[in-house]
Design a protein around this ligand. Structure first.
Ligand code: NDP
Ligand code: GDR
Length: 324
């Protein structure tokens, strides 16, 4: 029988890769998005050929309940969020409303209208913030270092409570940074690859960045959405860390990206206090043993490959845009 999935955050990086993955597996894919002045086809691109659109804001409990009750999806992937960590310092209340209360609204809709649905929560390594051990495991205590981290941690626990109190199938994927050619342009990786491409084409001169010593455990988004799907195929719900186990600095990211287009990054990057955060997470690196052993998941694309693939995609995109 055809399985039905509902993906929130369908217009985001992970939503788009996950929709393609589920479509390739024969799922009927529904995507939740908020209304905007930009036409749906333009926002969804090629996904518009197979994704059935449901319009709702995460702030609208009644709309969420109507959609979940009508579709009764086999699987719900809750990816929608205010996902920008630095912005969460400027907008903590909105971040909490969307990321935490939004999750509670969706869980309530599932509990009341579709308790058989399997529910995936997009949890984050930011919940570890200032980690008590490195690498982090599913058992490592949490200590978030941003309003975003706090909002995701509360949503994490909401999923655990709904699992334990009501027996719902709720699974938390604790994902470390994952990137791709579809990454939003104000996250550091895409900002760098887009700038390296633009500078090499003579379209830009400098790149303003914050903390170059910041380290992250960067993986490749298409592989991380596979892990999401694998999690919901398990007999029992649980919590899983998805990470590469390797870290690199923002500086190293710049080196590889600029070298790929034959440039010396030090000639173009300007350190700008505007992009520093009030506090910064340190030593976020994940231990993916449980995911490897239970799910059979492992990362395949190396750091250098991710960077180069992103730069190549930005070069192609900018060349197309400037040929018009
Ligand atoms: P994106 O920022 O690319 O996508 C976020 C999505 O959420 C967009 O589709 C956005 O829609 C939607 N959204 C935001 N606010 C609302 C709202 N009020 N109502 C409805 N939809 C809304 O995120 P990613 O794809 O990178 O990440 C997916 C999820 O995984 C997020 O929850 C993120 O916090 C989490 N995560 C991501 C990691 C990463 O490294 N990428 C790592 C760990 C966790 P719109 O287009 O309208 O803005
Ligand atoms: P992060 O990703 O905060 O880890 O959240 P981001 O790419 O924004 O920052 C990574 C690191 O780079 C440093 N940095 C800069 N960051 C941005 N955005 N812009 C800059 O100019 C810049 N210069 C240096 C940051 O200080 C930081 O240390 C991402 C999001 O996808 C979250 O939703 C997700 O939960 C976490 O990853 C895991």
């Amino acid at each position: 029988m055809t399985k039905r999935a509902l993906i929130t955050g369908i217009t985001g990086q992970d939503g788009s890769f996950l929709a393609e993955l589920l479509h390739s597996k024969g799922y009927e894919v529904h995507g939740l998005m908020r209304r905007s002045a930009v036409p749906v086809d333009q926002r969804l691109g090629t996904l518009a050929h197979f994704v059935q659109v449901e319009h709702a804001e995460l702030t609208d409990a009644a709309a969420l309940q109507e959609i979940v009750g009508r579709l009764k999806p086999d699987e719900i992937y809750h990816l929608a969020a205010q996902s920008h960590v630095q912005y969460s310092f400027q907008a903590p209340e909105v971040t909490f409303d969307i990321n935490t209360t939004g999750c509670m609204r969706l869980l309530e809709a599932v509990r009341k209208s579709s308790p058989e649905s399997r529910y995936y929560q997009a949890s984050s390594s930011e919940m570890f913030g200032e980690p008590r051990e490195t690498p982090q495991r599913e058992t490592t205590p949490f200590h978030p270092m941003s309003p975003y981290g706090v909002s995701k941690l509360a949503a994490f626990w909401a999923c655990v409570v709904y699992r334990e109190a009501y027996g719902l199938y709720t699974t938390n994927g604790i994902l470390y940074n994952h990137e791709s050619e579809r990454r939003g342009e104000d996250y550091v990786t895409r900002k760098i690859t887009r700038a390296a491409a633009a500078i090499s084409l003579g379209l830009q001169e400098t790149l303003h960045l914050g903390n170059l010593d910041a380290r992250r455990d960067w993986g490749y988004s298409p592989e991380y959405v596979e892990a999401m799907w694998m999690m919901l195929q398990q007999d029992k719900p649980g919590d899983f860390i998805i990470a590469t186990g390797e870290t690199h600095t923002v500086r190293e990211f710049c080196e590889v990206a600029f070298a790929h287009v034959g440039l010396d990054w030090e000639k173009h990057v300007v350190v700008d206090p505007a992009f520093f955060r009030p506090i910064e997470s340190h030593l976020l690196v994940g231990d993916n043993t449980k995911a490897r052993e239970v799910l059979g998941w492992q990362p395949r694309t190396s750091f250098d490959q991710i960077v180069r693939r992103m730069v190549d995609a930005d070069l192609a995109k900018l060349r197309r845009a400037n040929a018009d």
